[in-house]
Design a binder for this molecule. Sequence first.
Ligand SMILES: C[S@@+](CC[C@H](N)C(=O)[O-])C[C@H]1O[C@@H](n2cnc3c(N)ncnc32)[C@H](O)[C@@H]1O
Length: 389
Amino acid sequence: MIENVEKFIAEFARSLTEETFVKMTLGNYKGADEHLQKLLLRLIETRKGNRLFFLYRYDTRDTAKNHDFIESIKILSKILGTDFFSGHLFTTENDFQLDIGRKGKSRLNIAKPTFKTKPALDHDREKRRFVNTDSFYLRALGVTTDRGEIRDKQHDKWKQINKFVETLAALFDKSGLKDRTKLNIVDMGSGKGYLTFATYDFFKNIRNLDVKVTGVDTKSQLVGLCNDIAKASEFENLKFVNGWIGDFELKDVDILIALHACNTATDDAIFKGIRAEADLIVVAPCCHQEIRPQITPPEMLKNVLKHGIMLEREAESITDGLRALLLEKSGYQAKLFEFVSTEHTPKNNMIVGTLQKKMPDAEKFDAEIQAIKNFYGIKEQRLESLMNS
Ligand SMILES: C[S@@+](CC[C@H](N)C(=O)[O-])C[C@H]1O[C@@H](n2cnc3c(N)ncnc32)[C@H](O)[C@@H]1O
């Protein structure tokens, strides 16, 4: 057994020194953590030199860490045969498949290489206008393969990321922020961080601005993973914070983003942006649940809104319409549009608020909002309640 394990580790070390390493997967985990399933290793380039990016895949989450080559070899020697009982090493010369059995027996299969060339490291990348396909974070988040190709099931996500960055770039270029060299952006409800990473990468590496981006989310595991990937990507001013949007202390912000922050979390985010006088507020609402149960269909719409789907759409339109009016009342120009085709995601409406110099007549907006609420029998809308509190 020892001989095969040692040979496997030696081949791993050799592939690193001879620069033939492509990637490695460890599986058949029998260690103490009941949730850990796999360990995936990829090569990344950092300012301190090349490192190995360890992605620990659990049943419901991922965590990640970077190690230099010597540390990586030490870790591998420790965990092979104690925690992980299979290993698959891909080099440009051969594939090595190690299997360790229960009674100390092991097998090492050496086959022709699946990959004849190494994956491109970040430094070779060709810059695209909005999103670099071979960015490390896209690989780490599972959007692209090691070769920088979009994974089969990730085409919709890829379209959404691109469309979002393209939209944000156009909004930025048309706003009063366009000549700024320093930017502070907050992404409320950042989730797995797809759009947060893409936003940072765009402003930092394509537009070369001094940008700080903060993602906020209640899911601590996603926050931890995103911070690991941001560190591995050397995105120094990209941070993820664990917490509720409503509790997040927002002082200075230029652009506030909230993409698909569930239900009234969108209202919490818009409210934070308005209070902090963000120049741009960009939200794509989803899971509209607040208004629908409050609606009493007006007599003349009774037979239209008796159909569940019509009531649902009406409730969504009213919710987002009220949000846009409340932005206008707060001194923003509001725009509501579809930002990515419904073929890619049903959650595709975007509300954009651009801060104006002049404050409008708030009473006029209050009267209009009250009339809409009265018409539909709506008692409460979260953003309005927050603004009146
Ligand atoms: C549908 S995901 C969207 C993630 C990301 N913005 C995107 O578009 O890919 C919504 C995320 O918002 C987070 N979230 C919802 N309500 C929140 C709140 N009140 N405070 C912080 N995070 C919240 C959830 O934990 C989840 O990760």
